[in-house]
Design a protein around this ligand. Structure first.
Ligand code: ADP
Ligand code: MG
Ligand code: MG
Length: 252
């Protein structure tokens, strides 16, 4: 069962310290939600774990099954089973969704263990159906001309095909209507198992009505300032973030 440990993580962007000591442990079978006001470092956490070059880790460790992922090349992190669904997925011209997925899966499976074409197509069909994705989609170029909702569904399709050990989903609900949110949530829920730990990053509680988290954490000014169960998310929905700021004596 996978285990991700984030230990005293400090991250700077353009010499400004954004994360100031984040600690978090995610185990297989668990869904954690990180919530917080805009600009408090939620995406910074995701980007630093995945190794985006703009996000400089100045202190701390991130251990996946005991190995420090911060010392790995970016593609190695993916091969070890880290998955990031991004807030702003990018377009790639000249590569079809199907090609992209197949090479990503094969990279993760390793040489000599490639997925057969038949099996790949069967899995792709099955998962596209579950996500309500049109058949023509597989032969379209990666994210090109996709609506916001289609990009999000595609991210979840990627996750389902790649079978990561730890998945980080950053604002996968942003810009989605309620039906799309349900579809995306269904996809994530269908993957819940002891072999997967999930970190959901979201500004709003809404998504958590459909993907029920085991743990909820609030991040403010670069630190986790509150942790609790699903009831914490409901409390935030009702009362906003200001009461936590007041309790902590934070001014903005
Ligand atoms: P959140 O996801 O919680 O809304 P972010 O992690 O995106 O917040 O941003 C936290 C802070 O870091 C903000 O002040 C933001 O302006 C800054 N920041 C994040 N990414 C970048 C970047 N690529 N370049 C410059 N500043 C950044
Ligand atoms: Mg933001
Ligand atoms: Mg963000």
């Amino acid at each position: 069962s996978p285990k991700l440990i984030i230990e005293d993580l400090h991250v700077s962007v353009e010499d400004k310290e954004i994360l100031k000591g984040v600690n978090l442990e995610i185990n297989g079978g668990e869904v954690h939600a990180i919530m917080g006001p805009n600009g408090t470092g939620k995406s910074t956490l995701a980007q630093a774990i995945m190794g985006h070059p703009k996000y400089e880790v100045t202190k701390g460790r991130v251990l996946l099954d005991g190995e420090n992922v911060l010392e790995m090349e970016v593609n190695e992190r993916a091969l070890k089973g880290l998955f990031l669904a991004m807030q702003y997925p990018s377009e790639v011209s000249g590569v079809t969704n199907s090609d992209f997925l197949r090479s990503a899966i094969n990279a993760r499976r390793g040489e000599g263990n490639e997925i057969s074409l038949m099996k790949f197509i069967r899995q792709l069909d099955e998962k596209m159906e579950l996500l309500g994705i049109d058949e023509s989609f597989a032969q379209r170029y990666l994210n090109e001309g996709f609506s916001g909702g289609e990009k999000k569904r595609n991210e979840i399709l990627q996750m389902m095909m790649l079978e990561p050990r730890i998945a980080i989903l950053d604002e996968i609900d942003s810009g989605l209507d309620i039906d799309s949110i349900k579809v995306v949530a269904n996809g994530v829920n269908s993957m819940r198992s002891p072999n997967l730990g999930v970190l959901i990053i979201t500004h709003y509680q809404r998504l958590l009505n459909y993907i029920k988290p085991d743990f909820v954490h609030v991040i403010m000014q670069g630190r986790i300032v509150r942790s609790g169960g699903p009831e914490l998310a409901l409390q935030l929905e009702e009362r906003g973030y200001d009461w936590i700021k007041e309790e902590l004596g934070i001014e903005d």
